[in-house]
Design a protein around this ligand. Structure first.
Ligand SMILES: *Cc1c(COP(=O)(O)O)cnc(C)c1O
Length: 376
């Protein structure tokens, strides 16, 4: 049988054990009672169907997604009654679907709270909810006056069981930003309106900010997946993703020859080139045109010209002639360049590199040890 990796231009390897190791590290270091997993956008592009069971087997019991449609997929993976919450809130008209699936909405506005209370009345049972308050980011959550109005509403606690009050940090990736402490203080005041309710503030960056930011439930995403959540000198999180792509053709061109769409690069000297089977349709962003590189062994192979839909062209002159052959795999993400390195070259953040990873890759999952034990 043909090796499935030969059916495509590239192989994406996802290390579930590294995700579990990153989660355990956050559990041990964050100071929060529980460490949840944010698995929105298909676990940052890495596949909820694989990531969620691995984290659950390791002991993770709280999962956050962005939209109800993502939650419906995640509740199906987990045991009945699991904690799966929708960060983006409760869309008008989605109340009965959310209640029927046992999904926890994050209530971001008075209107959402009122409609969820009405659903509880219809269902004649208490429905679970998380309240989000806006502590300064101005994106999602109840502004202070709405939080106070809701806190005074008797029906809130009669009809709903409030599992947590949460907020989100705007600058957790910059440990020195004064906004962090200001948000922690604003959050504390707003959370006091709901006495006895568990608190949730820290994302990945927040987990590194110290005990003022720890709470009952931390909500890391990017650090689980090996991204660097903040500036400053913390130990890197374990790399999770490896991307290797095939050499699909090689050529030698004379000085002055144009390369790629628009011929935006001309060889200054006679140059040897390799065309690699990954392009912007695979999430190898077009902003990497003329930026960044592939690696073969210890040799850095700079990208020349524009990124095409299905391929890039790299300068392989650094390699001895004959060192590379058609079908060889070069490294695009791996030991020589992290997702943060690629993001830097592309002028973006590791979140965008991960969530752009394409659907055409041959995906290989390295299992987590805890799951291997279960399977044995
Ligand atoms: C995406 C998100 C997170 C996770 O953030 P990371 O920076 O990836 O750790 C946590 N909380 C909320 C509200 C989010 O939207």
């Amino acid at each position: 049988m043909t090796d499935p990796a030969r059916l495509t231009g590239a192989v994406l390897t996802i290390d579930l054990e590294a995700i579990v190791a990153n989660w355990r590290r956050l559990r041990d270091e964050s100071g929060s009672v529980h460490v949840a997993a944010v698995v929105k956008a298909d676990a940052y592009g890495l596949g909820v169907a694989h990531v969620v069971p691995a984290l659950h087997a390791a002991g993770c019991r709280h999962f956050f997604v962005a939209h109800l449609i993502e939650a419906l997929e995640v509740v199906d993976i987990l045991p009945r009654g699991s904690f799966v919450a929708v960060l983006s809130g409760l869309n008008p008209g989605a109340e009965s679907a959310c209640a029927a699936a046992g999904v926890i909405p994050v209530l971001n506005s008075l209107g959402q709270a009122r409609r969820w209370i009405a659903q509880a009345r219809i269902d004649n049972r208490r429905l679970p909810a998380i309240l989000q308050v806006d502590s300064g980011m101005s994106r999602l959550g109840l502004p202070p006056h709405e939080a106070a109005e809701l806190a005074a509403d008797q029906e809130l606690t009669e009809r709903l069981s409030i599992l947590a009050v949460m907020s989100h940090l705007a600058c957790a990736d910059e440990p020195e930003a004064p906004a962090n402490l200001a948000q922690a203080e604003a959050f504390c005041q707003l959370a006091d309106l709901f006495p006895g309710v568990p608190r949730s503030l820290a994302n990945s960056g927040g987990c590194l900010l110290g005990e003022r930011f720890a709470g009952d439930i931390a909500r890391p995403g990017i650090a689980l997946y090996g991204g660097d959540p903040a500036t400053g000198d913390h130990a890197p999180f374990a790399p999770v993703v490896r991307l290797e792509a095939a050499v699909i053709q090689m050529r030698q061109i004379p000085a002055g020859t144009g390369v790629g769409y628009g011929m935006t690069w001309h060889a200054p000297v006679p140059t040897r080139l390799a065309t690699i089977g990954v392009g912007y349709a695979d999430g190898w962003l077009r902003s990497l045109s003329g930026q960044g590189a592939a690696w073969f062994g210890e040799a850095r192979l700079p990208i020349v010209g524009r990124v095409s839909m299905d391929s890039i062209i790299v300068d392989i002159s650094a390699l001895p002639e004959g060192a590379l052959a058609e079908g060889d795999m070069v490294e695009l993400i791996g030991p020589h360049q992290t997702i943060d390195d690629v993001a830097h070259a592309a002028g973006t953040i590791s979140y965008e590199i991960l969530t752009s990873l394409g659907q055409r890759y041959h995906r290989v999952y390295r299992p987590a040890a805890a799951q291997q034990e279960l399977a044995a």
